[in-house]
Design a protein around this ligand. Structure first.
Ligand code: URA
Length: 248
């Protein structure tokens, strides 16, 4: 792809803006020699103001989403895009959230411009485990782990029962829940079905990929090892030290 289009598609500016960058000699090779807008140059060999470019398409990042931020391109209030460099919002192909976290849920959110990867992750048949920590308004009843593991719980308004889910009780009002599907407001609705209410909800892990010590509101690009880790979670090793995943 010609440099002009490549750089505009990364969101650095309109074609006109990028043409100006070329005219001003801001786009160079690693030795500082200006490049031509019509040239085709390997991504790693391009510099803008002496800095390497953002990653090319096929870009996936993880974000530590804070509470109060919405997974949307156009909503009122703070959006996940406000936590990223502004040009990320202008990238083509578009950088999208992989599934959603509610506005009131914090934790691990993936974003990617790779449509095939996005669909692979969110496809019901991926069975990719997602691990949530929740605090509850009331003490647990005691039968929630068995109820969620049974694979028979039907959420209000839904025809098909939920897949078995693994509940680890941390204390009377704190739990770790591992789901292998992603229905609308699923965790909150599961506890609502037991007469309880989720007061805080945080996602700490998707597949073998953990949020780790990424600070709230910060993001980092994923590399090939991260993506391998995403799919690499073995049953019985959800990385939380908990008991094995339920067979689904
Ligand atoms: N379940 C919920 O209820 N909310 C989320 O954001 C994710 C899972």
């Amino acid at each position: 792809m010609k440099l002009l289009r490549l750089i505009a598609n990364l969101g650095y500016g309109s074609r006109k803006d990028v043409q100006r960058m070329f005219r001003d000699g801001r786009i160079t090779d690693p030795r500082g020699v200006p490049l031509d807008a019509d040239a085709t140059v390997p991504h790693a060999k391009i510099r803008l103001d002496g800095e390497p470019l953002d990653p090319p398409p096929g870009f996936t990042l993880m974000l530590h989403k804070p509470v109060g931020v919405t997974c949307s391109t156009h909503d009122v209030g703070r959006l996940v895009y406000d936590l990223l460099p502004p040009r990320f919002r202008l990238r083509r192909p578009v950088l999208s959230s992989v599934g959603r976290l509610d506005r009131d849920t914090s934790g691990l959110l993936l974003m990617t411009d790779d449509g095939a990867l996005l669909h692979r992750i969110i496809a019901p048949k991926s069975h990719l485990p997602k691990v949530y920590e929740a605090t509850l308004a009331q003490d647990l009843r005691g039968d929630e782990a068995a109820l969620f593991a049974a694979g028979t719980l039907r959420l209000e308004g839904e025809a098909t029962p939920l897949a078995p889910a693994h509940l680890e009780v941390l204390d009377a009002r704190r739990v770790r829940l591992t789901l292998t599907e992603g229905r609308y407001h699923q965790v909150r609705r599961m506890f609502a079905a037991t007469g309880n209410r989720v007061t805080t909800l945080h996602r700490s892990r998707i597949g073998g990929l953990a949020l780790g010590d990424l600070p709230e509101g910060r993001w980092r690009a994923l590399d090939a090892d991260d993506l391998a880790r995403l799919w690499g979670l073995e049953r019985g090793d959800d990385g939380t030290g908990g008991p094995p995943m339920p067979a689904c």
